[in-house]
Design a protein around this ligand. Structure first.
Ligand code: CA
Length: 87
């Protein structure tokens, strides 16, 4: 048995120091009976916004699960269906 199975999905942030995955919860956000992910990135600074270093904004991303039981892979900016910026 392989203790390190290959993941079916991989989600990352191309934004430096975003701390994507600091908090992760799963639930059915859109009511389609398929599990979805809510992923926190407490120090995420959206593109175009100024990174002041000591006072980062943060974001919460919602990534919807697919009917096959997987999640989209790639940068969270494109994988997420919804992004909420915290200020
Ligand atoms: Ca769902």
């Amino acid at each position: 048995m392989n203790a390190y199975a290959t993941p079916s999905s991989s989600i990352y942030s191309s934004r430096a120091n975003s701390n994507l995955g600091y908090a992760v919860r799963m639930g059915d956000i859109n009511g389609d009976l398929v599990g979805d992910l809510v992923i926190g990135a407490p120090t995420y600074v959206p593109e175009g916004d100024i990174d002041t270093g000591g006072h980062r904004m943060g974001c919460v991303f919602v990534v919807l699960g697919t009917g096959s039981g997987n999640f989209p892979s790639g940068d969270v900016e494109s994988a997420a269906s919804t992004k909420v910026t915290l200020i």
